[in-house]
Design a protein. Structure first.
Length: 137
């Protein structure tokens, strides 16, 4: 007895599901782009607030450091207080404790710090106009 082997032709399909190709519509594409835009805007808004906080923190730390350095120099040489108004930036630039004087002289926004000396108490105070504006918000 011979076995009969039936061969399938290429036209015949056995349990084969035909998939239909579905294209992405223009509307779906626009919705995806719109959602990406909203997410990007939210992230950018939060990032901007974080940058402002970082600038304020850098400025506060810089002010504390400059005041400390100037108070140390005045403690070493009290006559320095007389012309500190105009020479404080040179003192900071030439101080061995300062690695980057340009960054320390300016606030986080790149504006120069301002020096005030109370002549009655000889207190040295540094301030930044941009930091004051940030704190008022």
């Amino acid at each position: 007895m011979k076995k009969v082997i039936k061969r399938r032709t290429s036209n015949q399909t056995l349990f084969k599901k035909v998939k239909s190709k579905r294209m992405i519509t223009l509307m779906e594409m626009m919705v995806v782009i719109f959602l990406i835009g909203i997410i990007t805007a939210v992230i950018a808004y939060n990032y901007q607030g974080t940058l402002e906080k970082g600038r304020a923190f850098k400025t506060e730390q810089g002010i504390d450091r400059v005041e400390t350095i100037l108070n140390l120099r005045v403690a070493e040489d009290p006559d320095l207080l007389q012309h500190l108004d105009r020479d404080w930036t040179e003192i900071i630039r030439n101080d061995p404790l300062v690695k980057d004087p340009k960054a320390l002289i300016n606030d986080g926004w790149g504006q120069p710090l301002k020096l005030e000396i109370n002549r009655e108490t000889n207190a040295i105070q540094m301030h930044s106009e941009k930091l004051n504006l940030y704190k008022r918000k």
